[in-house]
Structure formats: structure tokens, C-alpha cells
Design a protein around this ligand. Structure first.
Ligand code: C2E
Ligand code: SIN
Ligand code: SIN
Ligand code: FE
Length: 389
């Protein structure tokens, strides 16, 4: 039995399989699709009809993938990757046992497990679905440094004699997968920290204004709604959501007495104020990061006008990047319907009238049209993020 768990002379096919799978996994960046692929490849190796995958979360196991070739398993079990179902990580379950011991566990007949074993099989799903679980190979996902990070249950194996290396192979594949999962998790947490930093820096840049957090949130959500209505790709919608947070980054360089002046700006004050567009872009422009470049594009372009009468560069029409044209509408609408040091909040109808009136002069008519088409959701964003100070 134990021999089965050790890879003998690896065949060329086995190596080729591992290479292909590794490359495929390397390209998959979406965590739940990634785990689905890990489970799928592992099942392929041993010809398992079904399987599930758990990741370790403290002293629990999160249920994150489930597959069955013989029936539509989604009728009986749902996998919620946002808020996964969790089971205790103890020796009482097969997955728990294998994850705690860090060794593969082979069960020949799930419905007749020896009474002396600490674990038992829960027949509930079989009863509900009519599926018959026979063999289970519980395979830990073991990382060289992090230890066991998860476990797979591969169900109803059809290993042919000529492929007896396959359990050894799946064991190696599980190790490779564990490394990739840990890398992806680190990448995702770095990415989340990076995106949150952009958001917090955007909030910081508005810190001297009255409502900061709420204002930045409204700009982000409104810009994304417009981008969605304009048919931008999901990637572009997310990019504009994050990058719009920094549109006024340059305001950190504007003196308080100008920024918070509770009155109309004098000509010289206005000249200083207008610098905020360029200053924001100056701070960001040399970055190699695509998202920070978009932040710079939006910072410098959000006060340009469609007819060429905006600042700082007097660009017109499609010379102004689309993202900046979108944020321009979101920004002005938000500035109008909310209070500023220098102005009262306008009624929504008045703000809409101004935006419609300036379609084709200040604003790109296509952006105004998209904005008006989705005004119901834009109003909901205003309600959701009310002034917080
Ligand atoms: P902001 O307050 O975030 O306003 C963004 C944009 O909304 C403005 O860009 C303008 O296009 C529009 N907007 C805001 N309030 C009004 C308004 O009462 N009437 C009209 N027609 N449009 C309005 P803009 O003009 O390029 O201003 C950029 C920034 O300069 C403003 O950002 C604000 O921080 C500052 N600012 C503009 N005017 C004044 C002012 O009279 N006093 C003070 N203290 N600051 C001002
Ligand atoms: C937040 O909204 O606090 C998280 C930051 C982000 O979504 O980028
Ligand atoms: C689009 O797909 O219409 C958006 C293009 C862009 O973001 O530049
Ligand atoms: Fe601005």
C-alpha cells in the first residue's frame, strides 16, 4: 500500500503532464478558478469521478471546490468562495485527519470504515444525491515552509495497473499546487494592500476638504458605473474604480487658505488652485505600474473640457483620455450636489441640468449620456456614502 504513494521512475507522459499543468496554473490568477483547476488536474491523474478541496483556515477547513462527473453536484452542495462553509479540522473527518497528519490517506470503502479509525465518512450527501462514494484518496496540500495548507478528497478512483505511478504523481502535483496557492495568496494580499494604499492616499489628498472618505468613494463608484455603461471591459472598470480615487492627489500641494477659502477665489489664488491637476500627475507619472499611470492620466486630465477650454493643457475631444472624461462628469456632479467650503449643496435637478447643459462644451456627450442612463444607481451611490464629518 505505502509503495503506491511513492513515485517510481517517472514516465515521460507524467513529466509532460506536470509541466502542462504547472504552466496552466501559472496563468490562472483568479483564486477560485485556480483551485478548481488544481482539483481537476488531480482528479485527472487518478481518474477520480468526483472530488473536493479544502484550504486550512486556523483550526478549520474551508470548503472551496467540489466536482462530480456523475451528477450535477451543485443541486446538493453549494460552494461559496466568498464565505466558505467550514468544518472543524479534527481527526474525526477524513479531510481533517489527512490535513493534520500531512500524509495521504487511502480509503477503499467509505461506507465500511474500520470502527477503530478516528475518522468516519459522512453519508449525508450520498443519501441525498444517490451518488455512491467508494474509494477516497485524501491528499494533503503540503507546502515546504507553511506546512499543510489544504487537502483534497479524490473520490472513486479508477487507477489502471499500468498507471500505478499516478498516486505518486498526484502527491507531487499536490506539493506543486500548494506552492502555487501560497504564491497566489501572497500576490493577492500584496495587490489588496496596494489597492487599499491608492484609496487611502486618495482620501489623504482630500483630507483638508470637508468630507473625504465619502467623496472618494462616491467618485470611485460613480466612475465605475459610467465606465460599465460605456461598455468598458471589466479590467478597465476596475482600473478606473481604483485610479479615480487619486484624481485630486495634487490638492496635497495647495495651501489650506486657498483650499478652504469659504468664498470665490481671486485670480492669483485660482492660478495656484489649477496647479493641482499637474501636481497630482507629477507625483505619479514616472511609475512603471499601469494603475499608477492611469492615476496620473486622470489627475492631469480631469479638468480638461471637451471643447478645449479646460486646464491644464487645453486638450479637446478624444485627445482627453476617456477615463479622465468619465471622472470629470463624476467629479463635477459630486461637487455640485454636496457642500464645499465655498458653496452650498445644489438640488440634484439643478446639478443634472448643468451637466446636460454642458454636454458637448465641458463634457463628452457620450459620457453624459451614459451617466444619465444610470442616474438611478448614481443617486444610490450618493445615498450610500453620505457626508461623514
Ligand atoms: P471641487 O470643489 O471638487 O469641484 C470640482 C469641479 O466641480 C469644479 O472644477 C467645477 O467644474 C465643478 N463645480 C464645483 N462647484 C461648482 C459651482 O458652484 N458651479 C459650477 N458651475 N461648477 C462647480 P474647477 O472649477 O476646476 O475647480 C477645481 C477645484 O478648485 C474645486 O474642486 C475646488 O477645490 C476649487 N475651487 C473652485 N472654485 C472655488 C471657489 O470659488 N472657492 C474655493 N475655495 N475653491 C474653489
Ligand atoms: C476600502 O474601501 O477601504 C478598501 C480599499 C479598496 O477597495 O481599494
Ligand atoms: C472602452 O472599452 O470603451 C474603454 C476604452 C478605454 O478605457 O480607454
Ligand atoms: Fe480636481
Amino acid at each position: 500500500m505505502t509503495d503506491l504513494f511513492h513515485l517510481e521512475t517517472p514516465s515521460v507522459d507524467a513529466l509532460k503532464f506536470m509541466m502542462d499543468a504547472a504552466i496552466e496554473l501559472e496563468m490562472e490568477r483568479e483564486p477560485s478558478d485556480f483551485l478548481d483547476k488544481v482539483l481537476h488536474y488531480s482528479r485527472d491523474i487518478v481518474g477520480a469521478r468526483a472530488g473536493s478541496l479544502y484550504l486550512v483556515d486556523g483550526d478549520e477547513l474551508s470548503f472551496l471546490a467540489c466536482q462530480n462527473d456523475d451528477l450535477d453536484i451543485s443541486q446538493f452542495i453549494t460552494v461559496n468562495t466568498e464565505q466558505p462553509h467550514k468544518i472543524a479540522r479534527t481527526e474525526k473527518s477524513i479531510a481533517g485527519y489527512a490535513s493534520l497528519h500531512g500524509e495521504p490517506l487511502m480509503i477503499q470503502d467509505a461506507h465500511h470504515i474500520d470502527n477503530s479509525a478516528p475518522y468516519s465518512f459522512d453519508p449525508a450527501i450520498d443519501k441525498k444525491s444517490g451518488f455512491h462514494t467508494q474509494t477516497i484518496l485524501a491528499m494533503p496540500l503540503r507546502h515546504p515552509k507553511e506546512g499543510v495548507i489544504g487537502v483534497m478528497e479524490l473520490i472513486n478512483l479508477q487507477i489502471k495497473d499500468t498507471h500505478h505511478w499516478s498516486i505518486g504523481l498526484v502527491r507531487h502535483f499536490a506539493m506543486l499546487s500548494a506552492s502555487s496557492i501560497v504564491n497566489l495568496q501572497m500576490e493577492k494580499s500584496l495587490e489588496a494592500a496596494y489597492l487599499e494604499t491608492i484609496f487611502r492616499l486618495g482620501v489623504a489628498s482630500e483630507y483638508k476638504d470637508d468630507d473625504t472618505y465619502a467623496h472618494v468613494q462616491r467618485i470611485r463608484y460613480t466612475s465605475r458605473i459610467i465606465a460599465n455603461e460605456m461598455g468598458c471591459s471589466l479590467h478597465e472598470q476596475q482600473a478606473i474604480f481604483h485610479a479615480s480615487a487619486m484624481h485630486d492627489l495634487g490638492k496635497i500641494g495647495i495651501p489650506d487658505n486657498i483650499l478652504n477659502k469659504p468664498a470665490h477665489l481671486e485670480a492669483d489664488e485660482w492660478e495656484i488652485m489649477k496647479n493641482h491637476a499637474t501636481m497630482g500627475a507629477e507625483i505619479l507619472k514616472d511609475s512603471d505600474a499601469e494603475l499608477l499611470q492611469l492615476c496620473a492620466t486622470i489627475a492631469v486630465g480631469h479638468h480638461e473640457h471637451w471643447d478645449g477650454n479646460g486646464y491644464p493643457n487645453g486638450l479637446a475631444g478624444a485627445e482627453i483620455p476617456l477615463e479622465a472624461r468619465i471622472v470629470a462628469v463624476a467629479d463635477v456632479f459630486d461637487a455640485l450636489v454636496n457642500q464645499r467650503a465655498y458653496k452650498k449643496a445644489w438640488p440634484i435637478e439643478d446639478a443634472l441640468a448643468l451637466i446636460e447643459g454642458e454636454s458637448g462644451s465641458h463634457f463628452d456627450p457620450a459620457v453624459v449620456e451614459a451617466f444619465l442612463n444610470r442616474i438611478k444607481e448614481v443617486k444610490q451611490v450618493q445615498q450610500r456614502f453620505l457626508v461623514t464629518t
